[in-house]
Design a protein around this ligand. Structure first.
Ligand code: NAD
Length: 409
């Protein structure tokens, strides 16, 4: 099953509950525009490097489209379409005035020099600049891209369209970025997790966690939870994995990763691989890396009571069914990781107003939106007797559907 077919199953489940017509389902599922471009650059050794880039603009019924840009060797058209559609439901769920989009370039960034990465980014912007912009489609960081890449996007875009920092979010603080954007997705994951634990009457200080992925999202979620007394016993990333049953020292691990580039061989730990981590005896499991990691093979062996989907699309539908049957609570990606796009929205608002918010204001507004969204999802799930995922899709689809009908054909 392709990743879009899998995401489509979640969509159909909610659409069925809502009694959406077949025509409306087709309208909501079909992307408005799909771009596939060649990104050719000169490599440092003088050879030509050719890469394929994508931007899928899924739905603009509620506003300009918004979504990350991923540089990863597994990026393909199906994955970008899936992630673009998730952005449509996510922005609607947290009720910010955007539609959904996503982009990516199929490339292993570890094989590029700094200069090659810059040329690749600028060339990609050359290919798509007419289709993006503050009122059309606003990229942001995702796997393999960061504030530096966003700065190059802003600079390259300005060569065609003039100064306009709101054309991209997740920029460096020194270049029209927003306080709190870098931590935002991880913080949102943390806020949602505390709220779920509170509702399940679990004390965070007595709760054990395993986290897959220690990049932007995983490390900030880990730090937030650690600062609230959580015991994070296992972490894996692309370099390997580390385990300490007494709890990992997350601030020190963050410094270690900063220097070493990965968690592997962090002192005072023993190694753990992804399979062991995902099925380990912990209370809460947080996948915060790549998609499809909770699958038919490992789902029956997952022991966590709660799964917080910090990554996009980490659970395949068969695994989701298996978790539902075993009463394992899954907080879906479109809610759990919506903190990033929410603070991207704050960055865009600040850029447009030429007015800077302080960190306290960003955090306060983010926390409010995350808690309000979670409360709404929880209420709908209880009222309709559906999973948190289906409830999230019901809210998202409902808002996009109503905007589509109100806007007219
Ligand atoms: P990142 O590139 O900063 O970090 C990715 C992490 O995953 C790294 O630690 C990497 O080593 C690890 N990883 C990669 N392959 C792995 C593997 N096979 N096994 C274990 N670990 C592996 O990316 P990020 O921004 O932290 O994004 C992580 C996830 O969160 C992605 O699914 C992304 O779409 C999603 N997300 C990110 C944001 C954001 O604001 N950055 C917002 C919403 C959702």
């Amino acid at each position: 099953m392709s990743s879009f077919d899998a995401a489509r199953l979640y969509f159909e489940h909610a659409a069925e509950h809502m009694g959406l017509s077949q025509n409306m389902r087709t309208l909501l599922l079909t992307p408005e525009r799909t771009l596939k471009v060649q990104v050719a650059i000169e490599r440092d050794n003088g050879e030509i490097g050719t890469f394929i880039g994508y931007r899928v603009q899924h739905n603009s019924a509620r506003g300009p489209m918004k979504g990350g840009l991923r540089f990863h060797h597994e990026v393909d058209a199906d994955e970008v379409l899936t992630l673009a559609s998730l952005m449509t439901w996510k922005t609607a769920l947290v009720n910010i005035p955007y539609g959904g989009a996503k982009g990516g370039v199929t490339v292993n960034v570890h094989n590029l020099s700094h200069g090659e990465l810059e040329r690749l980014t600028r060339k990609f912007v050359d290919e798509i600049h007419d289709f993006i912009g503050p009122d059309k489609d606003i990229p942001a960081p995702d796997m393999g891209t960061d504030a530096q890449v966003m700065a190059w996007i802003m600079n390259q875009y300005s060569k065609f369209h003039g100064f306009n920092p709101a054309c991209v979010t997740g920029k460096p603080l020194e270049l029209h970025g927003a306080d709190g954007r870098k931590e935002a997705t991880g913080r949102g994951v943390g806020i949602c997790t505390l709220e779920v634990l509170r509702r399940k009457k679990m004390d965070v200080k007595e709760t054990t966690f395993a986290i897959q992925g220690f990049g932007n999202v995983g490390s900030h979620a880990a730090r937030f939870l650690h600062d609230h007394g959580a015991k994070i016993v296992g972490v894996t990333d692309a370099s390997g994995g580390v385990w300490n049953s007494d709890g990992l020292d997350i601030p020190v691990l963050q410094e270690y990763v900063e220097q070493e580039g990965g968690v592997a061989a962090f002192e005072g730990t023993h190694p753990v691989d992804n399979d062991e981590l995902l099925t380990s005896e912990v209370d809460v499991l947080i996948p915060a890396a790549i998609g499809g990691v909770l699958n038919v093979e490992n789902a029956p062996h997952v022991q966590a009571k709660v799964i917080i989907e910090a990554a996009n699309n980490p659970t395949v539908p068969e695994a989701d069914e298996s978790f539902a049957k075993r009463d394992i609570l899954v907080l879906p990606d479109i809610l759990a990781n919506a903190g990033g796009v929410t603070v991207s929205y704050f960055e865009w608002v600040q850029n447009r107003q030429h007015f800077r918010w302080d960190l306290e204001r960003v955090r306060k507004e983010l926390d409010r939106i995350m808690v309000e969204s979670l409360n709404k999802v929880w209420d709908i799930a209880e009222e309709k007797g559906v999973s948190l995922r289906t409830a999230s899709y019901i809210i998202g689809l409902g808002r996009v559907g109503r905007a589509t009908v109100l806007g007219g054909m």
